[in-house]
Design a protein around this ligand. Structure first.
Ligand code: NAD
Ligand code: UGA
Length: 358
């Protein structure tokens, strides 16, 4: 076991991290050190012989983070504040964690010559050209490509964009270290992964999670499904299992093809408006989960400012060009939108009913 490559997963207790940890341990080709302030989603993995879990804040200044980087073969950095509500309510916290603290991780990797897989976001693409020109983005599909698309953020007064800007600047720092041949990195731009263990239901704990959790909560409790600004934005959803498959191929980095590359990981075919997502989820709930007497949630509209607060602006449309992941990694998604949504709903319904019975 001691000759297995050692992977350091920072933020391993999150949605992507927990699913990636489970997959790496199942494959048995790596020893995994999982670091997170919250280990709840890693339950069931903690006893694994190849896993070492550190309940630790990467902001600790006790030198332990640098030691961990020094003692591992690969660093996968997933740590971030990744819920849009926080970009509006806590912009400085988002900047400090997503840029300043993540930069420290990068610099430890430079110092100790360690490869890093850095999680960025599809939000770095910002808004579509069509949207900026005042055209209907639905009329002009314009897939985002890693190495050619412009990155178009909204005005500074819309501080939602501090998340994407922090992620974008970190990408540019990685690139600059690469130009000096001082760092081997791969950047991942996830496009709306969903699946078991995503976020939490708003009824379970305070906060404002991502849209799937809000709509799932509404279906379980009969409260309104709220469409921000009419639900006219578009997203393309990818099953977490398909996403983890791509990430494992990036970790493996066959022939070094991932060296200093950026990869979109997404499923353009699984695009829907948010309004369409709400109706799809309500239809699937009626078809597969609703019991007689269960309340039926209504679908209502709210403004972005009402739902998130002042400073919110939306990404109008995100279509990933995934030709690079296909050509360099031989990767492609295998789940269509209905199966991605239905399987994730089933996870939350089963968990909700188990808890109701206990
Ligand atoms: P997540 O919020 O579920 O996971 C982030 C993890 O980081 C959490 O477990 C959290 O506890 C941990 N963390 C936060 N601050 C920490 C600290 N100071 N010390 C240690 N751990 C800390 O998010 P996710 O969806 O798993 O996303 C993982 C990464 O991928 C993030 O960088 C996010 O920006 C990016 N991303 C995710 C998606 C997606 O579809 N899920 C899309 C775009 C980008
Ligand atoms: C989020 C986060 O920014 C990151 O995790 C990541 O960059 C991105 O997901 C991703 O997963 O790729 P976003 O998709 O905007 O970005 O986050 P959601 O909260 O899921 O919102 C999606 C859309 O649903 C937005 O248009 C939002 O306004 C809308 N929404 C959200 C509703 O209409 N109703 C709700 O109850 C919640």
């Amino acid at each position: 076991m001691s000759d297995l490559p050692k992977v350091l997963l920072l933020g391993a207790g999150g949605f992507i991290g927990a699913n990636l940890t489970e997959r790496l341990l199942a494959e048995g080709r790596h020893r995994v050190t999982a670091v997170d302030i919250d280990g709840e989603k890693l339950e069931g993995q903690l006893g694994h012989a190849h896993l070492s879990f550190h309940r630790q804040d990467i902001r600790d200044r006790d030198g332990s983070l640098e030691e961990l980087v020094r003692d591992h073969d690969l660093v996968v950095d997933l740590v971030a504040m990744a819920n849009p509500s926080l970009y509006v309510t806590n912009p400085l916290d988002v900047f400090h964690l997503n840029f300043t603290e993540n930069l420290r991780i990068v610099e430890h990797c430079v110092q100790h010559s360690k490869r890093i897989v850095q999680f960025s976001t599809c939000e770095v693409y910002g808004r579509t050209v069509a949207g900026v020109l005042g055209e209907d983005p639905a009329e002009r599909p314009c897939p985002f490509h890693e190495d050619s698309s412009p990155l178009i953020m909204g005005p500074v007064r819309n501080h939602r964009w501090i998340y994407a800007s922090a992620k974008q600047l970190l990408e540019r720092v990685l690139h600059a270290y690469g130009l000096e041949d001082r760092l081997d990195y791969t950047i991942v731009r996830p496009f709306n992964f969903i699946g078991p263990r995503i976020d939490y239901l708003p009824s379970e704990k305070s906060g404002n999670p991502r849209v799937f959790s809000h709509f799932m909560n509404a279906l379980l409790y009969g409260t309104p499904m709220k469409l921000v600004d009419g639900g006219r934005s578009y997203r393309a959803y990818t099953h977490i299992d398909d996403a983890v498959e791509a990430i494992v191929r990036i970790v493996d980095n066959p022939g070094g093809v991932c060296r200093r590359e950026i990869f979109n990981i997404g499923t353009p075919e699984n695009e829907t408006s948010i309004r369409g997502l709400a109706h799809l989820m309500r239809e699937l709930f009626d078809e597969h989960f609703r019991c007689p007497g269960d309340p039926v949630p209504e679908i209502v509209e709210v403004s972005g400012e009402e739902f998130y607060g002042r400073g919110y602006e939306d990404c109008d449309r995100r279509i990933p060009d995934v030709s690079k992941a296909r050509d360099l990694l031989g990767w492609g998604s295998r789940h269509d939108l209905r199966s991605v949504v239905l399987e994730t709903m089933r996870y939350f319904v089963d968990r909700h009913r188990r808890r109701a019975e206990s």
